[in-house]
Every structure is written in C-alpha cells, then in structure tokens.
Design a protein around this ligand. Structure first.
Ligand SMILES: C[S@@+](CC[C@H](N)C(=O)[O-])C[C@H]1O[C@@H](n2cnc3c(N)ncnc32)[C@H](O)[C@@H]1O
Length: 271
C-alpha cells in the first residue's frame, strides 16, 4: 500500500464512527441534510437502479465505507450486494448497519484495495463508486480494475467532484485537510492548501475522460447540483413561501435558481 493510501485509510478509520450524511438507522442529522441526501443520493441511486440494476443484479459497492449507500440499494430491493473497502472500522459499521436494518444476509463485506480486487474477472453486473474518486492516488488503475471485475454489458456508476466548482472552492477555502480528519483541529489544518489539493482531488471532464481505460465507454452523465453550500441559507429559503411544506419550498426555490453542478455521476459500460 502506498503512503498516500495509508494516509487516506487512517483518515477514514478515524472518522468511521461519525462518517456520513445519515446515521446507522438511515436518519440524517437534520431536515436539510435529509433533503440534500434525498436529492443528491437516494433519488439518483433509485434512478440508476431502475435503469441499470433490478432483479438478478450482483452489485458491488466499491469503497462502501460504513454502508450509507449500500443501505439505499438494500431498500430498493437489491438481492445480492458486495461491499469492499480497505478501512476495517468502516466495514464494521457497515455490518452493524446491515444488522440493524435487516439486510445482512444479502450483503458480503470484503476488506480489499480497489487497485487489486480479490474477485474473479467479469463478476458484477453493476458497480457503484460514491465519494471515492476524490481519494485515489491511482484512479486510472482503479478504473481498470473495476472494468476487469465488471461483466460485459454491465455498468459502473461513479461520482466525480468537479474541478473549480463551488464545492471545490469552498473545500479549498474552508475545510480542513483530509489528513487531519478525526484529529483535534487547529487553524493550521485549514491553511494546508497544497496538502488539501493532494488528498481530495477534483476533476475536469478532460482529466477524468483521459483515465477511462479501453473496454469502458461513457454512456450517461448526470450532474449533481451544489445544494450543500446553501445550508446556511436554508432558514431563509423556508420563509420564502410560507404556504407550502419545507420540502416543497426547497423544491420550488431551487427550480428557480440555476445552481452550478458540484460534480456529476458518470455511467460507464463494459463493452
Ligand atoms: C468518502 S468515503 C465514501 C464511503 C461511501 N461510498 C459513502 O459514500 O458513504 C471513501 C471510502 O473509500 C475507501 N477507500 C479509499 N481508497 C480506497 C482504496 N484504494 N481501496 C479500498 N477502499 C478505499 C475509504 O476507506 C472510505 O471508506
């Protein structure tokens, strides 16, 4: 394992207890977080499942962490799911979650590195990779390896954070370095700009597409809007139209405000 991967692994091990937008029961920290999770994850996963999954799908949640995305697939009726991650505390939490939510018998959790997966070739019909591209030191090798274990005609859905998006700028400006996740933070953690760029990577479309190996082709791109940055405005947004529920007022507000994408989901097919 490279030093870079060691750092990423340790950072995720430290935050495993608290990681995610929803807790082990699937509950978000607040109503706003729940709404964002619904819009950016649950609705999207449901769409990809309808289009590329369904009955008899063998699903791989690559870099599954503590299983907040696996849980969404489970709720959609996925029958056989495999989660792989190299951070053991994350996998333990994923197991607890599956036990609590009653889908442990449909889930196999495996410790492994995405650069060298412990699976035979052409195994999975759907692979999902959420929130992982930003933490890879060798994304080209990971895409190649995911392509190897994907069946011919199968699909790989992955999220990519966009370079120079509002998400990128707010990350560079206001977030601590990944290497300091789970540690006591000092103001220095927020000023490590070079380290921040190294351990949390954003991609231009050109950069991403140059990484796609032969045998995989892009079949769909779905932008993900930047709702999170509007969190501080939520109280004000909810007052915008008092006649409707908070959920609906957010829907109405964001249908009128053209937010730029924070990134996108890309669907690759094994040809
Ligand atoms: C930001 S978390 C996302 C977790 C999960 N997909 C989610 O959205 O909740 C990234 C995960 O990828 C895992 N990861 C990063 N690089 C990896 C690698 N090379 N091999 C295996 N797991 C890796 C980390 O341990 C971490 O759990």
């Amino acid at each position: 394992m490279s030093t870079y991967e060691e750092e990423i692994k340790k950072a995720h091990e430290r935050v495993a207890e608290s990681y995610g937008i929803v807790d082990l029961y699937g509950n978000p920290a607040g109503e706003w977080e729940g709404w964002v999770f619904q819009k950016t994850v649950v609705d999207k996963v449901a769409y990809f499942w309808r289009r590329y999954g369904g009955e008899n799908t063998l699903l791989l949640d690559a870099g599954c962490g503590n299983g907040q995305i696996t849980q969404v697939f489970a709720s959609l009726g996925a029958e056989t799911m495999v989660g792989v991650d190299f951070a053991m505390p994350m996998l333990k939490r994923g197991r607890e979650r599956a036990q609590l939510k009653g889908y442990l018998e449909r889930l196999f959790l495996v410790k492994g590195n995405l650069k060298e997966l412990p699976f035979a070739s052409e195994r999975f019909s759907l692979i999902h990779l959420y929130g992982v591209m930003e933490h890879l030191d060798d994304p080209r090798q990971v895409l190649k390896e995911l392509g190897r274990v994907l069946k011919k005609g199968g699909h790989l859905v992955l999220s990519i954070p966009r370079k120079w998006s509002l998400a990128h700028l707010t990350y560079i400006g206001f977030s601590p370095s990944v290497r300091d996740w789970g540690k006591e933070l000092s103001w220095r953690s927020f000023l490590k700009f070079r380290e921040k760029a190294q351990f949390y990577r954003f991609y231009s479309w050109g950069q991403f597409s140059s990484l796609v190996p032969d045998g995989l082709k892009v079949v769909e791109r779905v932008p993900v809007l930047h709702y999170f940055v509007c969190g501080p405005l939520d109280r004000w947004i909810r007052r915008w139209d008092k006649g409707v529920s908070s959920m609906e007022v957010r829907e109405r507000f964001f249908s009128k405000i053209p937010l730029p994408p924070a990134g996108e989901y890309v669907v690759l097919q094994r040809v």
